[in-house]
Design a protein around this ligand. Structure first.
Ligand SMILES: [Zn+2]
Length: 232
């Protein structure tokens, strides 16, 4: 049985570069790979996976309505496929993730998915959530924040450089995103998030105080209680 893989990262971690390199390793050995990318960011009808370091490859464009299982089965019948690659896998639907799992399980073809883990509001994408749940193999592709710590979060910025805190999960422009560590992401996302965090801390402190009081009362009660006698 082949495996379903999910390699996730923040923005600009080099996911497409890793994908293209992995695909090339198959091609070099005379094997055929099938590449998919989301139609969401596509400028033309023909798909292409491009990496920032200048390499690219043709890819099939998938939309939310496509049955990826049927698509891959059809292609595999036409000419044997050794490996399937999916870029922008965060945009897969739940159903499509299961369709890809079926390819690994029934057709015995490994499926390698690459995508963002969370959106700019720190929420899981539909495709990523399902992949994190059912993929056989999870791998993090690392990138770093400007402070040098690991970047796990993404902010979406306006043209004047402000971080957006609300809006649609899918942005129009890919280049408006920036990867940050969690601490700097919270700072960028602005003040409305901070009071909430402080409130939570205050609540926890209050709970702890109440728990301590309750413990004292219990201890006092136990101390004043006469020692239990065993019945004969
Ligand atoms: Zn940072």
């Amino acid at each position: 049985m082949s495996k379903l893989y999910f390699s996730y990262a923040a923005m600009n971690a080099g996911k497409s570069t890793v994908l293209l390199q992995a695909s090339y390793n198959y091609i070099e050995r005379g094997m055929r790979t099938l590449l998919f990318t989301s139609s969401l960011y596509a400028e033309t009808d023909t798909g292409k996976i491009t990496s920032r370091i200048g390499i690219d490859a043709k890819a099939e464009l998938y939309g939310r309505e496509d049955d990826l299982n049927a698509w891959i089965v059809r292609e595999h019948k036409r000419k044997k496929i050794s490996c399937v690659f999916v870029d922008e896998a965060q945009f897969l639907t739940k159903e499509q993730v299961w369709q890809l799992a079926r390819i690994a399980d029934r057709l015995d073809i490994p499926v390698l998915c690459y995508g963002l883990r969370t959106d700019f509001q720190g929420k899981l994408f539909e495709g990523s959530a399902e992949l994190l749940a059912i993929a056989d193999n999870l791998r993090e592709i690392r990138t770093i924040c400007h402070c040098g710590r690991k970047a796990t979060m993404v902010v979406r910025r306006t043209a004047d450089g402000r971080a957006l805190t609300t809006g649609a999960q899918v942005g129009i422009e890919k280049g408006m995103y920036l990867s940050l560590c969690r601490r700097h992401w919270v700072e960028e996302m602005g003040s409305e998030r901070k009071p909430k965090a402080v409130k939570v801390v205050a609540k926890v402190a209050k709970k702890k105080r109440l728990a301590a009081k309750a413990n004292l009362r219990l201890a006092a009660a136990n101390a004043s209680r006469p020692p239990r006698r065993t019945k004969r």
